[in-house]
Ligand binder design. Structure first.
Ligand code: ZN
Length: 272
């Protein structure tokens, strides 16, 4: 059996980026693949505005965990196949502690294939996303794990692999997103962009109208040049890295607590 690990920084990232691929692997080819989900945070600060402050933190974490389980049940993936890393939403740092945590988990799970958020060439430069992808890449590239899994990044601007799906299957994403009711403020925007995004990717794949896009990362010397994107992608990524994106909205008391912690915990840069 082939073990595939899907990493996400927040519950809902996989539904937004890999819904059709996961559904195919978990339903149509379920005898062949074992799917596991690894979530770095529980998205516990993923609500806008101070009017929602009383729900943020542990309560939202519980609700969003339930929402994730509901979405995964559409694929037939049980809750016991989900692992949470316990990182704080909005504060996933690329540091020794996080990298070691990922390495330890990978060495235990030993997946054949990993899907993770794009670490460099992306239009969504969220710290939790970029640092999750970066830590996984780092573990493989620097031999912190004793095997070499195949790594794909999703939400990439430089795709080299496309997974096609038909018009009749389009409603799957609506069903998956409907499970994430707390993300109501984001879903409308995402629904608008999802169709054009998958149509554009579908153009790259003969015979398909829609597709999800992925970037396979090459680790062997002779293939490494395949990791280099075009100049346009490099320029676009640079531009997107300076764009605003959604950030966790902490209640004031949590924010002050985090500021104090950050002063005592300045170990960033260790792996740069
Ligand atoms: Zn996210």
């Amino acid at each position: 059996m082939i073990k595939i690990l899907f990493f996400q920084p927040h519950p809902d990232d996989l539904e937004l980026n890999c819904g059709h691929l996961i559904h195919y692997l978990a339903t149509k080819s379920k005898e062949k693949y074992l799917i596991k989900i690894a979530s770095t945070t529980k998205g516990e600060y993923g609500l806008p505005g101070a009017q929602y402050d009383k729900f943020k933190g542990d309560f939202l974490a519980k609700v969003r965990t339930r929402e994730l389980y509901n979405a995964l049940s559409i694929h037939g993936i049980p809750p016991e196949n989900v692992h949470f890393f316990g990182c704080v939403d909005g504060l996933v740092e690329f540091n020794k502690e996080f990298v070691n945590k990922i390495a330890e988990y990978l060495n235990t799970e030993k997946p054949d294939i990993i899907f993770a958020p794009e670490a460099i060439y992306t239009s969504y430069y969220h710290k939790d996303h970029v640092n999750t992808g970066k830590a996984i890449y780092y573990c493989i590239h620097n031999n912190l794990i004793d095997f070499t899994p195949i790594l794909y990044f999703y939400s990439t601007l430089s795709p080299n692999y496309f997974f096609g799906f038909a018009k009749e299957e389009f409603s799957l994403i609506d069903q998956l997103l409907a499970c994430h009711k707390t993300q109501f403020w984001l879903i409308n925007y995402v629904t608008l962009t999802y169709k054009p995004k998958t149509i554009l990717a579908g153009r790259k794949l003969k015979g398909w109208k829609y597709a999800e896009k992925y970037r396979r990362i090459y680790f062997h010397k002779e293939n490494k040049s395949k990791n280099n994107p075009s100049l346009i992608v490099k320029m676009l990524s640079h531009w997107f890295s300076s764009m605003p994106f959604f950030k966790a909205k902490y209640p004031q008391d949590v924010l002050e607590e985090l500021k104090k912690k950050k002063k005592n915990l300045n170990i960033q840069g260790e792996y740069e």
